[in-house]
Write a protein that binds this ligand. Sequence first.
Ligand code: SF4
Length: 312
Amino acid sequence: MNSTATGPEIVTVAETVRPTRPNPKIERETHKLEKRLCRQVGQAIIDFNMIEKGDRVMVCVSGGKDSFGLLDILLKLQQRAPVHFDIIAVNLDQKQPGFPAHILPEYLAKLGIEYHIETQDTYSIVKQKVPEGKTMCSLCSRLRRGILYGVADRLKITKIALGHHRDDMLHTFFLNMFFAGKLKGMPPKLVSDDGGHIVIRPLAYVAEKDLTAWAAHRQFPIIPCSLCGSQENLQRQEIKRMVHAWERQYPGRTETMFTALQNVVPSHLMDATRYDFKGIKITGVADANGDTAFDAQDLPSPTLPGVGVVTL
Ligand code: SF4
């Protein structure tokens, strides 16, 4: 740097930047977060038998924080898994205007893993078929699903992994209850609608806020999801707002509700196809839990913080 004897000393930005010192508290938190993510994903894989020896797992990477997180954690678990399985990252470039097509290939190539980019212009089809002002998501997702199943066939994939997390599953449950009159959520594992694939959701136990924090820590090159110009479904937005408001007012409620999805009691609901109400007969044996038919159940106060119900 040059300076004159009389003028003010010019200091370049580079000289003012001091190396940031590691912050032990942040490091500890990040370490805990990583352990939690690995534990929760590992537990979901075990609980639902998601991945087996010899599987070829196609991880669908959209460029959002959730799918980046899914790939990242699965790669970590692959290193320590007792059985061998392959991971193949797949991205579908739907030719949305402004989609930065170089980001994912560059990122995946740097990881040194097997990957495939499928390019198919579903954007034009959707634009053409859906009237202006209507939401394009349902046709778009249907087309995307079909294409991904085709890719899975070509790549001899045995499991298709999606990046939906705990909050997505809960929101879907409420969407179905409020707008479709069904007690139906988003399953952690299912057979695809074409009957030919097994779809898994290894982030089933993971909270969205943890994925957000992990994405920030890992500095994933996130691709914005609003490129297509379509609005997120308004009903889903409403449900999200409702669940967030509950969580603010009653901390822990989200976890409690999520636990409820894993504790279904068909005999205490009203679906005669799930429980044989017509065929009920007296047993002559007293229920050890008391008179559950008439007594109100003791429930914890809603103002108490939720217990750590997702015990992994
Ligand atoms: S937001 Fe856009 S890309 Fe995503 S499903 Fe809807 S239409 Fe498709």
